[in-house]
Design a protein around this ligand. Structure first.
Ligand code: ADP
Ligand code: MG
Length: 233
């Protein structure tokens, strides 16, 4: 299958701190890559480098098409309705037709169960609803690759499921996704491949079965022991 994203020997430094060192991997079209690792290991930095939000000091990131990123904090414009938030970039950045964009926004809102909220303002939505709008805002730009950075980390537990279900639905549509998450059952269910990052380097790059049931490195074992998740005995 076609490689859509290739990261080669990526090194990222802030001043004299090396945050990512010699990171290499590639992602095929339709593949779901889950990236896990302890806090501060460089997960967000990696996604930001892929998304072009950071300059890099060494190596190369090649991507076919554009990326769409969804963050922990959804950052919707508070003075705009859901529909206005969704239509802003397609109209202003992509210069698309208003009627076509509105139709797509409505279709996508329906897909994530938010048709009735299109004329509401962000403050009138729950955290889970806002995050689903933020996912739609990324989707409506038609990115080749979607990047999710701990999108459920700031949500109340009862809202986590509704957001994860939207991402699972995207996987059934064969979207190419890189997902940073601490939801290990979800990670296991959705991943085609898992990368375990520690200290800015890839420690494991393997199948979800191997990573979650029989991780090779001691560090991965220790990391996983801090989570409760369904494990094959
Ligand atoms: P993670 O998302 O895995 O928790 P991050 O990618 O946010 O980790 O951060 C990796 C490391 O880079 C951390 O040590 C963090 O303090 C450092 N870092 C992140 N952003 C900056 C920045 N803008 N300037 C300096 N150091 C940073
Ligand atoms: Mg992070």
């Amino acid at each position: 299958m076609e490689e859509i994203l290739k990261v080669e020997k990526l090194t990222k430094r802030y001043e004299d701190i090396t945050v990512l060192e010699n990171v290499s991997f590639s992602v095929k079209k339709g593949e779901v890559l889950v990236i896990v690792g302890p806090s501060g290991c460089g997960k967000s930095t990696l996604l930001r480098c892929i998304n072009g939000l950071e300059d890099i000091q060494d190596g190369k990131v090649s991507i076919e098409g554009k990326t769409g990123m969804v963050f922990q904090s959804y950052e919707l414009f508070p003075h705009m309705t859901v529909l206005q938030n969704l239509m802003l970039a397609p109209l202003k950045v992509q210069k698309r037709d208003k009627g076509e964009v509105m139709k797509e926004a409505e279709q996508l809102l329906e897909r994530v169960g938010l048709s009735s909220k299109k004329n509401n303002y962000p403050r009138q939505l729950s955290g889970g609803q806002k995050q689903r709008v933020a996912i739609v805002r990324a989707l409506i730009m038609h990115p080749e690759v979607l990047l999710f950075d701990e999108v459920t980390a700031a949500l109340d537990p009862e809202m986590v499921r509704e957001v994860l279900d939207v991402i699972l639905d995207l996987a059934t549509q064969h979207k190419t996704m890189l997902i940073v998450t601490h939801e290990m059952n979800f990670a296991r269910a959705i991943a085609d491949r898992v990368i375990f990052l520690e200290g800015g380097s890839i420690m494991e790059d393997t199948t979800p079965e191997e990573f979650f049931d029989a991780p090779r490195s001691e560090r991965a074992k220790r990391f996983l022991s801090t989570f409760e998740y369904k494990k094959k005995e």
